[in-house]
Every structure is written in structure tokens, then in C-alpha cells.
Design a protein around this ligand. Structure first.
Ligand code: NAP
Length: 226
């Protein structure tokens, strides 16, 4: 679905009332994308949307239940808690058909950060949703803290993006760029297990050095088309 007033696609953030989802919502809404915050509860979604609109100083974010949010968007981003990953996908499966689903899930325990075992969360999502949904794994290494803090600026870290569908990958690379993030294609969905695992390293670095936003930057790309 496209917004009538512009060419920009509607983006639904499923589980968008949380830390990562609201940070992503803020960045896309800031640059003019109509964003829908999805939640299990309509009222919670609407409250979160109105808080974001207040920060932005414009009415561009709306709130809906997750299923309605997915139905009303062409690009959906999943940011529910990792424990709810599969159950959320199962219930959203009919609403996601024919769409791009960006999966930001990193299955790492903050208290005891270790890399998860394969398959990647995004591979699980692709298997569960079927071929009519184009799954893209992205943003697992981008701290929620950074998304909010540097609004309007380009982040000094990279998004490692994995998908079996390079066209869908490019759409999300372009979308990330508009929101101030350099995203790099890093292979198919099975590679996303390594991206999830890197989150365990970043959390360990955060804990050891008493910081909140350890992140990754890939060198060697100077002069390359991105
Ligand atoms: N936090 C970060 O810095 C960060 C960075 C990169 C990736 N991630 C990934 O992003 C995802 C969300 O992390 P977060 O830190 O944003 O989590 P969070 O703030 O704790 O929660 C996200 C949302 O999940 C929803 N939720 C909770 N239990 C649920 C259930 N049983 N079924 C469906 N939805 C449920 C809640 O929405 P409602 O109650 O409104 O339904 C909640 O607002 C995780 O997969 C995480 O690995 C996080």
C-alpha cells in the first residue's frame, strides 16, 4: 500500500511500541514515510504513535493492532521480543503475503550474551511465511539507543543486511539510507545467523566497557557504489 499523498510506501513496525521498533519508526517518519506502529493492543499502539508524533512535530505516525498494521503497509518490520518471534509470525502470516518482511530479531540473552544456533531467525521466518513473503534480515546490530539519539544524522555504523532476494534487499538498503543508515548486502538468509551472533559480541563489549552503543563499521568500501 502506498500513501495517497506521496510515492513513499507505508511502513508498519510490528512490535513498534518497543525500543528498537520505535527508534526505527522515528527515523523513517522523520524523513516523511507514513509509519504505522503495530502492537498487540490498539490503545498501546495509538499512545506510542502519538508520542512519536509529538517528538516529530507532525502527524505522520499512526497506531494499529499488529495484524491491521501489516495489512495496511507494503513493507513490514518485525521488532517483537525474541521470545515471541515465531508466534508473532504465525499469527501475521496471512497479512504478510506479497510483502517484504524485515526481521530485526537477534536471539541473544542480554544477561548471558552468546551466539544463537542456526537456523537464523530470518531463515525461520522465511520458512514459516513461505515464498510469497520476501524476508530481509537487518538492523540486528543497530542499538535502539543510537536510533533515537542521532535523529537527523547519519549513524556512524553499518547495517549488515541478508536476504535470498536481492531486489528486496536493495529496497531495504535504499530505505535504510534514507533513514541515515548505510546498509550493506551480506549474503543470503543463512548468513544472518552470524549477524545475530555479532550482537552477542556487541552486548559483551557494551557490558565490559560500560557503554550502550557498540556497533560495527565495515572498511574497504571507499569508492564503491552502495
Ligand atoms: N533493543 C535493541 O537495542 C535492539 C537492537 C537490535 C535488534 N533488536 C531486536 O529487536 C527486537 C525487539 O527488541 P526491543 O529491545 O525493542 O524489545 P522490547 O522493547 O522489550 O519489546 C518490543 C515489543 O515486543 C512486543 N511483545 C512483547 N511480548 C510479546 C508477545 N508475547 N507477543 C508479541 N509481541 C510481544 C511488545 O509490544 P506490545 O506489547 O505493544 O504488543 C514490545 O513493545 C528483538 O528481537 C531484538 O533482538 C533490539
Amino acid at each position: 500500500m502506498s500513501n495517497n499523498n506521496s510515492e513513499k510506501p507505508v511502513i508498519a513496525i510490528l512490535g513498534g511500541t518497543g525500543k528498537e521498533g520505535s527508534g526505527l519508526a522515528l527515523r523513517w517518519a522523520y524523513v516523511g514515510f507514513p509509519v504505522i506502529i503495530g502492537s498487540r493492543q490498539l490503545e498501546k499502539a495509538q499512545t506510542a504513535a502519538s508520542e512519536l508524533n509529538k517528538v516529530l512535530g507532525k502527524e505522520i505516525v499512526s497506531g494499529m493492532e499488529n495484524t491491521k498494521a501489516a495489512e495496511n503497509a507494503s513493507i513490514c518490520v518485525l521488532t517483537v521480543v525474541q521470545e515471541a518471534h515465531q508466534a508473532a509470525l504465525q499469527s501475521l502470516k496471512p497479512s504478510l503475503q506479497g510483502k517484504i518482511l524485515v526481521d530485526a530479531t537477534a536471539r541473544v540473552d542480554f544477561r548471558d550474551p552468546k551466539p544463537p544456533s542456526p537456523p537464523s531467525a530470518a531463515r525461520i521466518a522465511q520458512n514459516l511465511l513461505g515464498k510469497q513473503v520476501k524476508v530481509v534480515a537487518a538492523f540486528q546490530n543497530i542499538p535502539a539507543h543510537s536510533l533515537r539519539k542521532k535523529l537527523g544524522q547519519t549513524l556512524d555504523c553499518d547495517v549488515l543486511l541478508c536476504s535470498d532476494d536481492t531486489q528486496a534487499a536493495q529496497i531495504i538498503i535504499d530505505l535504510a539510507k534514507l533513514a541515515g543508515m548505510r546498509a550493506l548486502y551480506a549474503g543470503g538468509l543463512d548468513n544472518a545467523i552470524t549477524v545475530e551472533g555479532l550482537t552477542a559480541l556487541l552486548i559483551s563489549i557494551n557490558k565490559h566497557y560500560g557503554i550502550k552503543n557498540a556497533s560495527l563499521f565495515i572498511s574497504g568500501l571507499e569508492g564503491q557504489k552502495q
